[in-house]
Design a protein around this ligand. Sequence first.
Ligand SMILES: Nc1ncnc2c1ncn2[C@@H]1O[C@H](COP(=O)(O)OP(=O)(O)OP(=O)(O)O)[C@@H](O)[C@H]1O
Ligand SMILES: [Mg+2]
Ligand SMILES: [Zn+2]
Length: 516
Amino acid sequence: MTLAKTRAVCLVGVDGFVVDVEAAITSGVPGLHLVGLPDTALSESRDRVRAAIFNSDEDYPNRHVTVSLFPASRPKAGSTFDLAIATALMAAAGAVPAQSCTGLVFIGELGLDGRIRPIPGVLPAVLTAANAGCRTIVVPRANAAEAELVPGVEIVSAGTLRALLCLLRDEPPPPEEEEEPLPRPSETLPLRAPDRRTGLDLADVRGQAEARRALEISAAGGHHLFFSGPPGCGKTMLAERLPTLLPPLDREAALEVTAVHSIAGTLPPGQPLIVRPPFHAPHHTATRAAMVGGGSGRSLQPGAVSLAHRGILFLDEAPEFMNGTLDALRQPLEEGEVHIARAEGTATFPARFTLVLAANPCPCAAAKQIDCSCPPAVRRKYLTRISGPLLDRVDLKLELTPASRAELRYDLELAESSTVVADRVLAARERTLKRLADTPWRANSEIPGPELRRRFVPSGDAMLTADDALQNGSLSARGLDRVLRVAWTLADLAGRDRPSADDIGGALALWSGWRP
Ligand SMILES: Nc1ncnc2c1ncn2[C@@H]1O[C@H](COP(=O)(O)OP(=O)(O)OP(=O)(O)O)[C@@H](O)[C@H]1O
Ligand SMILES: [Mg+2]
Ligand SMILES: [Zn+2]
């Protein structure tokens, strides 16, 4: 019996585990047998591997071959095991030296013609392998730049099975493989904020001073935000400009965001690392699965909450979203991640986002209240489609009125640009980070309630306003936590060491500002 071993990675959400792949050639009826709980896509690997080996001008071992996947008890999904299976098979057949692939991790899907096809999720797969102590990882050539974002591992890439086998045999590559070297990912992250991709700028918005201030507070502390107001008052316009106020992602966050978008297949072309906070705006027809993620095996997809991870989730026309879709947000809002139970195990996707909701006050969407034809009951009911528990989690609630004609005409030079506001946001965030230096949190909105009340207590005088609100019932315990977090952000924006009475009053006004 001849035996060879390689390794592969099975992804479950953004996590995964390393799979040992063992190929053994024994006497018996010729054929390839795959054992160790493969799913359908993985079972079809047999056919792809056979065709790819044949079309790479290699001899397919026409023998009784068993390929086992360990740990045998865990279900395995996907087509990314092809490369590990093909190399284990060729090594067991003696076509490549067995020791040349021992300990190597192979990630990639094979085309029938022998090409190694790019796959989604390379970054999290390589991270999984690196965290498991693997040192050398073979990936599809087209995914090399993404794989090389992971420090401390050697990435080998190949475009075809033939080229990979040459590498393992220490032979020169086949002539057609001498491709242009791929561009390397840029190591430097841009330091300053404005979002040059979109050309949007806060200065495009005239008037709306309160709404602009709310955007600034949201950007500085990561606070959730709700704009209500008549059609055309600028709700969508304002929300779309929130990303221009945010600082770029730090390296750790950039890798987290890139991992999610790698799995979803939404990485921008030619840009292996996402360095700007994402802005994700699902349509109101989005299903619950589209919102929080779903599917199984290879088609397990992160939802909108994860595509917005470390950025903005914007729900425009929020009351139009289907029943249940909005309430599905509550769990990720609390935990900063979503869990999806699947045969392969519970998949976890990160989902720490800033929620921005926009809504018209009623379904007829009249430009002026006087033109509204909706019966009062309909008006009242419309906004209550956004449930109380969800609204409780929104720190900043604003009711907008359209900018006046004078503002629209003359406010040009008064309107600050995104760059100016982003500088203040950055300064406030740096102040927050200094205070939170020895904690796992990076923004005021992330501090858990108990910690907030234990370690970040404003002075007694400042708390008097909040005490009054608690006493007269206009503020709940959960509301108090949210008000305190915003108060800290107001203090950080103003350069104060602790929230003042005004900061608490301001935060309270923004929290309770508006109710359906
Ligand atoms: N304050 C403003 N400054 C500059 N332009 C504005 C302002 N408010 C509205 N506009 C103009 O009106 C247009 C409509 O704004 P926007 O789509 O943001 O409104 P909305 O509140 O989202 O409306 P709807 O409820 O219909 O979605 C904008 O594209 C912009 O041209
Ligand atoms: Mg709109
Ligand atoms: Zn109406």
